[in-house]
Ligand binder design. Structure first.
Ligand SMILES: [Zn+2]
Length: 419
């Protein structure tokens, strides 16, 4: 028979009581909900989550600090697809689109992404960081604790590396975890206007190896589209990623169906993103590979698209669905992940529970992160506290932020006090 030594003193650093917890753990309870919950934290990790009645002692005896909660606790939110680092803005292009020009027409006329490339190349590290922080702060005020940030507005080695460096610096000046994705195969730079294969040569031979050697790449992304890169070109980038041991993801099936989802699934990809034009073969390939579908209703909305992602097929095949802002200057100038909850429900007909899982548990999966995304013992204590009476309130409201507090690795902060 084993005996356990009784711990002396308070075993936890802090405990939250008098609240309900939406753990987002799969199971019979919607949202993995625990009414009248307690959540204990030790050394930045969750040490206990369960009904308060299951605590073995008074809260004051279990933790140095007792937080009297109220409302609901969820995992810290995760924005798993952003282009947050860039120079300039595209308000003028927004106006042009409203005057009738299409995304493709603007891109073919040399506008669109390339205007952001010019503006981004013109900024040094500090200026690029300063341009990005207000957007990040907007996300952080809504309970976001982890973001993904892509390169893809440099389109030359130095500028791509600068974008990724600035993305990493965000985590030094703000309480947030940053995952970086290398997206040089985002658009054709003006220097290679007539030589897309020559540009892909450069990406595979120089740019990606340099970014990986600098330790700046967590995943490799691409834009597989008629106005982007062909499946054959993306495959070459993925082969390079594989040779460097880096996971892949892909902007796929946004404006047309080129089979990008099946391609990224073929490489065991983390996610296929957008996927409005995804077909059943692509869904089946994603299900088989465990590739997450990242849904981006902000871009769908801003482009006034009409073809919705095949939500019913994704459900039927059990493909996990994440939601994200796609925060970018051209097609999704969004810095509210809560708004994406509402748009995911209203435009794509997700349930509020699916939507919330899509910015927590499934978003973590889309980034290959197994240490966050749900409230469970051992996970990082990245938490968000909300003045709401039911988790559906987060998807229901438009333009309303009920975030009361955010906790990063066990350390609480007020939502807007991030600077
Ligand atoms: Zn994107």
């Amino acid at each position: 028979m084993e005996t356990m030594a009784m711990p002396t003193g308070q075993p936890w650093d802090s405990v939250w009581i008098n609240l309900s917890a939406a753990t987002l753990q799969p199971g019979p309870e919607p949202y993995g909900a625990i009414p009248d919950a307690a959540v204990g934290v030790k050394d930045g990790h969750i040490a206990f989550v369960g009904p308060r009645a299951d605590l073995t002692d008074r809260a004051q005896a279990l933790a140095h600090t007792v937080h009297d909660g109220g409302g609901w606790m969820t995992p810290g939110l995760i924005d798993c697809h952003t282009h947050l680092v860039y120079g300039g803005n595209r308000a003028r292009e927004f106006e042009l689109r409203l005057q009738g020009a299409s995304y493709e027409e603007i891109a073919r006329a040399g506008g669109g992404i390339l205007s952001t490339v010019r503006a981004t190349r013109a900024l040094d590290d500090d200026a690029l960081l300063a341009a990005t922080l207000p957007r990040l702060d907007s996300l952080l005020a809504e309970g976001v604790t982890t973001i993904e940030v892509k390169s893809g507005y440099g389109l030359e080695t130095d500028s791509e590396l600068r974008m990724l460096r600035v993305a990493r610096r965000l985590a030094e000046v703000r309480p947030v975890t940053v995952r970086t994705s290398f997206l040089a195969a985002h658009a054709l730079p003006p220097e290679f206007r007539d030589d897309p294969d020559g540009y892909i040569d450069l990406v595979c031979r120089d740019m990606l190896p340099a970014a990986a050697a600098a330790g700046l790449v967590d995943a490799v992304d691409g834009f597989c589209e008629g106005i982007g890169f062909s499946p054959a070109q993306i495959r070459r980038v993925f082969e390079t990623a594989r040779s460097l041991g880096l996971p892949v993801k892909l902007h796929a099936e946004q404006l047309s169906n080129l089979g990008g989802a099946a391609l990224v699934a073929d490489y065991g990809g983390l996610s296929a993103d957008h996927v409005e034009h995804l077909d059943e073969a692509g869904v089946a390939a994603m299900a088989k590979a465990g590739t997450v579908a990242v849904l981006l209703p902000g871009a769908f909305y801003a482009l006034r698209e009409t073809t919705r992602p095949p939500i019913d097929l994704l459900r039927r095949y059990g493909v996990p669905m994440a939601l994200s802002t796609d925060s970018n200057p051209g097609t999704s100038p969004v810095t509210s992940l809560l708004l994406m909850l509402n748009m995911g429900c209203t435009l794509f007909r997700l349930t509020p529970e699916e939507a919330l899982a899509g910015i927590t548990r499934v978003a973590a999966q889309a980034l290959g992160l197994t240490d966050r995304g749900t409230l469970r013992v051992g996970a990082w204590a990245d938490l968000a506290l909300w003045d709401i009476d039911h988790p559906a309130a987060l998807s229901y409201a438009i333009g309303f932020n009920p975030c009361r507090a955010v906790v990063n690795a066990g350390v609480p902060r007020a939502p807007r006090s991030v600077a």
